[in-house]
Design a binder for this molecule. Structure first.
Ligand code: UT7
Length: 331
């Protein structure tokens, strides 16, 4: 019997309609379009507006896009994983709600939180369930409503993040396509540099924590930047060397969209030109768990069966890693 690998067989996406431009941000904080564009590559991001709409709204829309495009019967989905750092509620799985809303009535569902590496780690989880033979259809969604945890008076963070979601379906493959190799890392040193201080078990919510703005994302940008550049580059290079690949064998680099300069540094280390680097940071900013699947959905038409893709991400924790995947279909 042929070895079973885990392939991505369909993708979907959703971004909200509202466009937050660099110009609009100039009215909130002391910044300017030139600085944001040259330091990050971001021109605009999407923001989910409207009462009562959380991350599940983004996740459901992206899953519905996948279901419609891929002509999938949601009742056949075995499992739904939602990678997110902004669950609808601190307790109660967002994924369980998403699964019910999309008609995945026979699935079980849970959230996976690894900050900006949530989708990357989720790929490993989804693939393992498929490779083991235990499940046949695993839906992995990366979704974040970052605007719910951003202080729009803090210019160090508000210029970077945006809202959005993407989804990918994993299924068994007997042609050797799908996930080939992974190298996932973490280092707890990171939580001093990128975190939300209050609202967890270490520092529960009080009037004082709210008044002291401790429920927003805090980031020491320069330090995170240095770790991100060196670690994303290192793990991406490792994916090539330990799989005996050269840059000529790689059709696409799929990097987390945190900063154009980090993406370029990773591409340089891997040795691929910009024509092989997926990038949509200019349109969406950093959507945390959403960046990788949003890239897949945006570039789906250009992907060909058998293409070699290197995914790389870096995020809070710290968490980071790279995955080597062979694309499984022509669209
Ligand atoms: O996805 C999760 C992981 N996150 C990341 O990978 C993000 C990593 N970090 C970054 O992308 C960058 O560090 C930032 C984009 C956050 C900041 O860029 P930077 O080049 O590291 O800027 P900086 O913090 O070193 O600041 C440089 C200068 C400072 O002014 P002085 O001290 O040189 O006079 C800042 O005060 O730019 C100033 N500055 C700004 N100016 C205009 C900082 N933020 C802004 C701003 N607009 N928004």
């Amino acid at each position: 019997m042929a070895k079973i690998s885990a392939a991505i067989t369909a993708v979907g996406k959703y971004v909200p309609d509202y466009i937050l431009t660099n110009k609009e941000l100039e009215t909130y904080v002391d910044t300017n379009d030139e600085w944001i564009t040259s330091r990050t590559g971001i021109k605009e991001r999407r923001i989910l507006k409207g009462e009562g709409l959380g991350t599940s709204y983004l996740a459901i829309k992206s899953a519905e896009d996948l279901i419609a495009k891929g002509n999938i019967d949601p009742s056949e989905i075995d499992m739904v994983i939602v990678g997110t750092a902004t669950p609808d509620l601190p307790v109660a799985s967002t994924a369980a709600y998403v699964a019910s809303e999309i008609g995945a009535v026979n699935a079980f569902a849970y959230d996976l939180q690894a900050a900006c590496s949530s989708f990357l780690y989720g790929m490993s989880t989804a693939a393992s369930y498929i490779e083991s033979g235990r499940y046949k259809k695993v839906l992995l969604i990366g979704a974040d409503k970052m605007s719910s945890i951003i202080d729009y008076k803090d210019r160090a963070t508000c210029i970077i993040f945006g809202d959005g979601a993407g989804a990918a379906l994993f299924e068994p493959n007997e042609e050797g396509l799908g996930l080939q190799d992974e190298y996932l890392r973490s280092d707890g040193v990171g939580r001093d540099f990128l975190r939300i201080e209050a609202g967890g078990s270490l520092m529960p919510t009080t009037l004082e924590t709210v008044q002291a703005n401790k429920h927003f994302v805090y980031q020491e940008g320069k330090t995170v930047f240095k770790y991100a550049v060196s670690n994303m580059a290192e793990v991406s290079e490792k994916m090539l060397t330990r799989n005996n690949l050269t840059e000529k064998d790689i059709q696409w680099l799929v990097p987390h969209q945190a900063n154009k300069r980090i993406i370029e540094a990773t591409a340089n280390r891997v040795g691929v030109g910009s024509e092989k680097v997926m990038m949509n940071i200019q349109k969406y900013g950093n959507t945390t768990s959403g960046t990788l699947p949003l890239l897949l959905a945006d570039y789906e038409n250009q992907l060909k069966k058998g293409d070699n893709l290197i995914f790389a991400a870096f995020g809070g924790g710290f968490t980071w890693g790279a995955i080597y995947l062979k694309w499984a279909y022509n669209s």
